[in-house]
Design a protein. Structure first.
Length: 148
């Protein structure tokens, strides 16, 4: 009986034109919520299989802020563990500050990176680490009090 049905369906013109849907019917897309601030909600991806740099890095971790669409590119290794990858996002110390175009920036020394690779970050990118910024200003006050 099943061979007969299969032959009939294969030769039936209406059966060939009107196939039953095998997937769920499409629906409206559900939008993601708009993030409340900069660098609170990010996406991450890895670009791998790149030529090795002099430092032995062969991949790039790409972090994109969903609100501003700004991206950060961090050199890493393809064989990096989860702990090593997480360390790329951790701040070791705030080591300086400056103003550029009337905006405050902090020099950030990242965990796992040499001090000379510290980067300048706008203050709005650092809203997740207010304690480190407070510690930086406390140490600046102590240094200025000690020098007097």
């Amino acid at each position: 009986m099943s061979k007969y049905i299969q032959r009939y369906v294969n030769t039936c013109e209406l059966c060939q034109r009107n196939k039953a849907r095998q997937t769920k019917p499409p629906r409206l897309l559900q939008s993601l919520e708009i993030p409340e601030g900069r660098w609170i909600d990010v996406t991450m991806d890895f670009m791998v299989a790149l030529p090795k740099t002099a430092a032995g890095k062969d991949a790039i971790m790409v972090i994109v802020d969903r609100l501003t669409k700004r991206a950060k590119f961090i050199a890493t290794n393809t064989a990096a563990t989860a702990e090593e990858t997480a360390a790329l996002l951790l701040v070791r110390e705030v080591i300086g500050h400056r103003r550029r175009k009337k905006k405050l920036q902090y020099r950030i020394w990242w965990l796992g990176e040499p001090r000379e690779d510290a980067t300048w970050e706008p203050v709005e990118n650092l809203n997740q680490i207010p304690g480190l910024i407070d510690n930086y200003w406390d140490s600046k006050k102590k240094q200025s009090a000690a020098s007097k």
